[in-house]
Design a protein around this ligand. Sequence first.
Ligand code: M6R
Length: 608
Amino acid sequence: MCGIAGYIGKQQAAPIILDGLSRLEYRGYDSAGVAVYDGERIHMEKAQGRLRVLEELTQHGATMPGFCGIGHTRWATHGSPSDTNAHPHMNESNSIAVVHNGIIENYAQLKQRLLNKGYHFASETDTEVLVHMLTEYYNGDPVEAIEKVMHRVEGSYALGIMFLDHPHHIYAARKDSPLIVGESSDGKFIASDVPAILQYTRTVYYMENEEIACLSTEHTRFFNVDGEPIQKTPVTIDWDIHAAEKGGFEHFMLKEIHEQPKAIKDTISPRIKDGDIDLSEIGMSDEELLSFHKITIVACGSAYHSGVTGRYVLEDLARIPTEADLASEFRYRNPIYDAGTLVIVVSQSGETADSLAALRDAKAHGCKVLAIVNVVGSSIAREADAVLYTWAGPEIAVATTKAYSCQIAAFYLLALKFARLRSTITPERFQTLLDALSCLPGQVESLLAQKEKIQFFANHYLATEHIFFIGRGIDYALCLEASLKLKEISYIHSEAYAAGELKHGTISLMENGTLVIAVATQDALYPKTVSNIVEVKTRGAFVMAVTTLQHPEMEKCADYVLYVPKTAAPFMDSLAIVPLQLFAYYVSLGRGLDVDKPRNLAKSVTVE
Ligand code: M6R
């Protein structure tokens, strides 16, 4: 989604803003722009395409003098990607400039009203209504004008605003789209996310919904939507700056795949204490956890896939009825809530619009919400009743790897906790599973050594057009994620199927040479999946199987086999996903694609 960066201080603003925008590139965008007060006017430059086009145009900001400015990377919603639709947007007198992340839902009515009043629109964006409304309401007091606009617009927004009348100030406002304010001795910042300002400051204010900020070199002031001053306390970000850099890897995705052993360990280890699972930090007592008789998991994309794994593992170990649903479906299907249902919302970013809306809906119906979230201080983390953080660290590649792995690890912790509380497994089995959990990081590490073998195989499938992933049980949950990983970064059409479902239709697509990736890590289901492999091979498919070292006989059945070590059956997804993440990575690399920033995608989907 769009990225916002702004700066006011002692340094030249444009290079700092461009640097901030470059660190938000992972969010996905199709055009970029910067506006800076140059001592006389608001000087604006915009360009469709990658940020480097704007950097070249402005000589990395050098051609834009001035100490106060705002910038934006746009992910098109209303109006195609173009120079004109790129942000910032300015009013006709060039006295107000606005950058916006989000969607103004009632923009059509607002636009018609403004057109009737004689305002002219230069772009096709929803954002431009904000510019003209600010112009209409501005009477010398920027906060008052912003307030009036906020009372009239519906939808989501993070805004950075400059007024020519107040050239040494940046104004910001937010509702349902992330925005932070940073402070250093050198200046003040606004940004969509922490990496944009991490090299300048670690002192950050998280803006809450319907808050306004006014930044000058001397002050950082905050107001509520009625223009009343409010006090906010900054937090100190403790991220390692190198966490948001590539650290010698060719891509963030490859780096993040390699960070999985540490990320899983950081997520699991602090919660295993004295032979038990200790979740006392999450904000829900054992009594409360015991009171739930049903779990509903809600999320989007890979986070949803982690929820599908979570459903299998929770039902298997804790015998608690669990459903997993896509947030975009859940929120509109009039779900049945009751007080005994725990709603678990899973999100890496903690800002996904549909997941956040589902959370609010669940809370409004009196349900308790537990969030499994990676970004501390994000909207979902702040609004949930309890939070189980995944300690994956900053994830920059659009295709999630380490955050997904931490999400499924978080579900293992929860399943074991519920199983213990509900006495659904014996103490001996609990101990065996706990030991298995502790061994996962080392086993994931060992899998990374298979890289060359996977790259070799991937290189043979660069030109393929369709790939099918099949598996049963948690292997099927894993196939959903492996298939998404492949398609999002390689642009190859792929589908994930429950292996037993193929013969109900999809098998008609099998022909000579069709690549089928079959996952068979569950001993209890192994013979069934082997039968499904035989079925597709009979119809000409080429099968790559992923199975455990205990099944060398798979080589008689599949054409190519990748082996993974064995762990307790419910935890196999943590191991089997690694070679398939690497497969997706190497296919994308071999096809010469932008691995970390695939087309059309955004890291943080803050619009519906
Ligand atoms: O930040 P979230 O975990 O809520 O994001 C959910 C999805 O948008 C995300 O998992 C998406 O599917 C990824 N690109 C998958 O790699």
